[in-house]
Write a protein that binds this ligand. Sequence first.
Ligand SMILES: NC(=O)c1ccc[n+]([C@@H]2O[C@H](COP(=O)([O-])OP(=O)(O)OC[C@H]3O[C@@H](n4cnc5c(N)ncnc54)[C@H](O)[C@@H]3O)[C@@H](O)[C@H]2O)c1
Length: 259
Amino acid sequence: MANNRFAAKTALVTGAASGIGAAIATRLIAEGARVVGVDINETGLKALAERFGDRFVAATSNVTIESEVAAAVSTAVDQFGGLDLAFNVAGGSLIGAVTEMAEQDWDFTIDLVQKSVFLCTKHEARRMREAGGGAIVNVSSLDARIPVPGASPYATGKAGVEMFSKNAALELAPYGIRVNCVLPGLVDTPMGAPIIGYQPALDMFLDRIPLRAPATPDQIAGPCLFLAGDDASYITGTSLIIDGGWQLTGFPNLAALAE
Ligand SMILES: NC(=O)c1ccc[n+]([C@@H]2O[C@H](COP(=O)([O-])OP(=O)(O)OC[C@H]3O[C@@H](n4cnc5c(N)ncnc54)[C@H](O)[C@@H]3O)[C@@H](O)[C@H]2O)c1
C-alpha cells in the first residue's frame, strides 16, 4: 500500500507497539507520514524504531498519566515540527463479574479505556488548534453497543469513548479538527488471542460473525486511515463499526461453554 497520501504529515499513534496500533503506524509510514509511537511497551516500540528509522520516534509513555501524555505530544512537535493526525488506540481490560469486581480493577480499566482517550485528545487537540486543524481517530469497540458478560468496565468505558468522541467533534470543529471513532469487532491481536486461540470460543464467535473470520489488524487500520485522511474531510463525530457484520447477530452466549 505504498502511496503518498500522508506525505508531510506527522501522526501520533498510541498503543503502537502491538496489534491495531502497530498496523496503523506501519500503514501511515508506508503512505508517507512520520509517526510518534506511544506505548508502555518499550521493547515493542524499539522494534518499530529499528524497522522504520528516522520516520518513527518512540515515546515510552503511560496514556493514563497526563504528564506523560503531554510529553508524548510534545515529542511530535519537537521531533517533527507539529502534529496533524492522532490515533488513540491503546487499551486493555481486567475482567470480572459485577458482583465480584474490585474497585481498583474497575478504576484501572476505566482509566485505560476512557480517561486515556480524554487525556490524549486534550493534548493532541491543543497542538492541532495552534496549527489550524487536524484529525483524531479514537478506537472504541463493538462492546460499546453490546454488553459483554464479565467485561462491564470495558464495555462501559468503550461506550464512553464513543460519546466522548462525538462531544469532542462538536467542540473542536470550529478549529478545523475532526474527531471520529471506530468500533472493531473481534481482531486477531494479542488482546483477541484468548478467544481466537481457544477453538470452542472461536467457533461460537464465528457463528455470530457473518463474514466468518476475525479482522486482521490491517483491516482495522485501513478504515482508521480513511477517517484521518482527506477523503473523510466532511466526516466528523461519526462512529464506524468494523466487525464483519457481527453487530447484526449479537454476542454469543459464552455461559454455554461453562456447562
Ligand atoms: N483485539 C480486539 O478484538 C479488539 C476489539 C475491539 C477493540 N479493540 C481495541 O483496540 C485497541 C488496540 O487493541 P489490540 O487488539 O491492538 O491490543 P494489543 O494488546 O495488541 O495492543 C494494545 C497496546 O496498548 C498498549 N498499552 C496498554 N496499556 C497502556 C498504557 N497505559 N499506556 C500506553 N500503552 C498502553 C499495550 O502495551 C499494547 O501495545 C484497544 O483499545 C482495544 O480495546 C480490540
